[in-house]
Design a protein around this ligand. Sequence first.
Ligand code: ATP
Ligand code: MG
Length: 275
Amino acid sequence: MTSREKTAIELRSLSVTYRGGGKSGQEVHAVRDCSFFVARGDIVGLVGESGSGKSSALMAIPRLLPAGTLVSGQIFCDGEDISALGEQAMNAWRWRRIALVPQGAMNSFTPHLSVERHITEVLAHHLNMTKREGRKYASELLGTVGLETSILDRYPHELSGGQKQRAALAAALACRPDFLLADEPTTALDVITQKEVLDMTAALVRERGMGLLLVTHDLPLAAGLCDTLIVMKEGSMVESGPSRQVIDAPRHPYTRQLVQAIRGMEKMNEGGGRA
Ligand SMILES: Nc1ncnc2c1ncn2[C@@H]1O[C@H](COP(=O)(O)OP(=O)(O)OP(=O)(O)O)[C@@H](O)[C@H]1O
Ligand SMILES: [Mg+2]
């Protein structure tokens, strides 16, 4: 095992199959034999069209897939095979070592709980903090993600989308995790807020030396932010490598198609600018 593998999340031949659902009852092979790394200090983008298996691969890491889902392969974190851990041991890794901002996080707040309750419950459960300690630390966390302390007393419906997303990030950062898994963290936001939240996330990740796995279907966005890109199609990894290389010299026809679509959009925008 190399030193890089000792400080990374590593997926080895991960496959995820959902047991037959719906009317047909057919199995869905959501992830097929995927192997990749997310090292500390690296921002890795997992991209691909809707349904390509991005969320399934990401949710397999903290083992939060629906009960009954078949998962094979191994997942290592800092050299330890976490796919072999019991549920209780795995629970100790969640939030503290590997934190998650799930897809649609901003819509997953409990309506009748204030922002303070959302964050302090994580702190009480995982760090044994008292209410008073929790409030103080929660206020610091909000500061870290650019929110004022007064947000603590607000309820989810009293926040903008960007504020909710920042609050979800604050909760994920609460236990100072080594790895952050973020699934489409800004998709529902306008382009400017999206950039602000992502730039801030990237800056925090770099400052703290965390590893970030960022799932998005937005290739240009991922290319601008990530060190490494992994492209998925129909459950399989079709390409991976340094972002620049993937964008400038895509090897797989599917990646070439994605990149050409971006180039086409850029040309249209330039043309529009000159008109
Ligand atoms: N709980 C489930 N039961 C059965 N099939 C599922 C389940 N969740 C996802 N799938 C299927 O697995 C495949 C991969 O889904 P997944 O959510 O991982 O894709 P994704 O790349 O994250 O898509 P999106 O960009 O739309 O979020 C899809 O065919 C999807 O319909
Ligand atoms: Mg998804």
